[in-house]
Write a protein that binds this ligand. Sequence first.
Ligand SMILES: *Cc1c(COP(=O)(O)O)cnc(C)c1O
Length: 361
Amino acid sequence: MKDRVFNFAAGPSMLADEVLDELYEEFYNYQNTGMAVMEMSHRGKDYLKIFEEAKQRLYRVMEIPEEYEVFFMHGGATGQFAAVALNLLKGDKADYILTGNFSKKAAMEAMKYGQVHIAYDGKDNGYRHIPKQEELSLDEDSKYVHLCSNNTIYGTEWKTYPDVKGKILVGDLSSDILSRKIDVSRFGLIYAGAQKNIGIAGISVVIIRKDLIETPMAITPDILSYELMAKHDSMLNTPPTYPIYVLGKVLKWIEESGGLEAIESRNREKAKILYDYLDMQSFYKPHAEKDSRSLMNVTFTTPNEDLDKRFVNEAAERGLVSLKGHRLVGGLRASIYNAMPKEAVKKLVEFMDGFAKENAL
Ligand SMILES: *Cc1c(COP(=O)(O)O)cnc(C)c1O
């Protein structure tokens, strides 16, 4: 088998070796059941145990209060752009804070099912910036305020969440969920696709305060109804059984690594290595403003596009892959989610420094 590389992709992205080892170990014959997890009935007792354990681990690791319900749903984070509006907006008005591509997509989707008030738009500054409280213009009549916690494409992240004046805060945490400790009770609803930081594609996690679960718009597909998800404990139809199992393994790994506190401090160390380097040199130009920087996605450019390309290729030859930036921003992006080891970040910085010296203009 070819050696494994350090995969800096923004998503799907790396899983920890410990997680892959367990998946491999249990692949053909899960704990002497005589079958693979993906062959199991979702209503059978073996699978229900996996399902329940994954859910309980999520409550434990994130310290989710009892008055919140957890759903595992299909349709990715993009499915939730619609689900949030169908279940909560229902023709009324909501505030959307635009800090990047995904928050814009969420707003566009919500416009199909109600009125959207743009409380902030970072387009003019190239989405380099996370707004301060006084930069937000919240609408008095809005039902909730939607934000994207970490902007995967532009490499910015909310350090502290804004005061939404008693309104419901809704957060897309797809690319930073489980990367740090957060106070779930600040939110009415959190959603996240799993394939960035907490598992594999095919499942999105929804954490919703129970009193917000009500009858959605009449046109809502059953598969996007929070009311039905609650009624059927995420098993309205066949849930994404294998991705839920993998999520459980990732959560187990987080618990065994010391929980979110340990994960967060490791993530801070990793990001600091990269940003400290970026700040002490002049070859690379970081994209995000300093106090808006993401701990998960570090975006930067070389002096020109040819060098960006060469950077990507030469890094790949050293086992540092998928460093190309998103097509909307160009340049380079190092995604350093939970599973990315600190050694890999150090190796990347070493490579960056050598490349800068060789190609200084
Ligand atoms: C990747 C991503 C999405 C889209 O996720 P899908 O699961 O592909 O629909 C939405 N929001 C954020 C912040 C993301 O990083």
